[in-house]
Design a protein around this ligand. Structure first.
Ligand SMILES: CC(C)(COP(=O)(O)OP(=O)(O)OC[C@H]1O[C@@H](n2cnc3c(N)ncnc32)[C@H](O)[C@@H]1OP(=O)(O)O)[C@@H](O)C(=O)NCCC(=O)NCCS
Length: 194
């Protein structure tokens, strides 16, 4: 992938958007992200007290800061995946969260608009990719993703076993169109999910 540099967006008042390569993430900011994730995921308090992501190690973080604290967060990384005999370059996305005080104000949708712009301008990926729970699939559909009706084969970071995921899976066109996606067959991530 071509070189990245940190940059700023200012789409909402007082929001300072940053794209941070993982090696440049400070321990202090990672701890602040964990506190935000704890607030956003009340069912995973113990997990996010100990971790700032699940599964594949992030390569970049996209964060909105307000008053010195992260209020929006996602992480992503790049991979070549396959669907039967088709191969696609994807940006796998995870740890998507908006601080509860800021939810419902289009901040999540804005975050994906920035991610899409970035991926279009600075990468060659075909699609953004995310797996999620049923409860939030509608949010991703409203934010530029299309649900695919395929299972996903990947390495479960909890069980350390290769497993097939049957939950909601969505893709966001970047440099390829939905028509170019192979909608038949299992999606093989060749590693852990995000
Ligand atoms: C899910 C989450 C990221 C959404 O962020 P948000 O800033 O509150 O959402 P937005 O205000 O940008 O909503 C954008 C659109 O998605 C819709 N939407 C938001 N949450 C939704 C949900 N749970 N189900 C269906 N649609 C949803 C909104 O109605 C809006 O639709 P519209 O543009 O057609 O009017 C946020 O609520 C959150 O952090 N939740 C807790 C953590 C979590 O579940 N993360 C996802 C893990 S996969």
């Amino acid at each position: 992938m071509p070189g990245f540099t940190s940059f700023r967006y200012n789409p909402l008042p007082d929001m300072d958007w940053k794209l941070i390569p993982e090696p440049e993430l400070s321990a202090a900011l990672e701890a602040d992200i964990q506190r935000m994730l704890v607030a956003a995921f009340p069912n995973y308090v113990d997990f996010f007290n100990a971790n700032s992501y699940w599964g594949s190690k992030p390569e970049y973080r996209l964060i909105a800061m307000q008053a010195g604290q992260p209020v929006a967060h996602l992480e992503f990384g790049f991979r070549r995946i396959t669907v039967e005999d088709s191969a696609f370059e994807i940006a796998g996305i995870g740890a998507v969260a908006i601080h509860p005080k800021h939810q419902g104000r289009k901040l999540g949708k804005t975050m994906f608009s920035h991610l899409r712009d970035h991926l279009q301008q600075h990468t060659h990926v075909d699609f953004g990719f995310i797996g999620c729970h049923d409860e939030v699939a509608g949010f991703y559909a409203a934010s530029g993703f299309t649900r695919v009706q395929q299972s996903v084969y990947s390495l479960n970071p909890d069980s350390q076993a290769w497993e097939t995921f049957h939950g909601p899976t969505l893709i966001m066109p970047i440099h390829s169109s939905l028509e170019q996606w192979n909608s038949h067959g299992v999606i093989h991530l060749h590693g852990m999910p995000w």
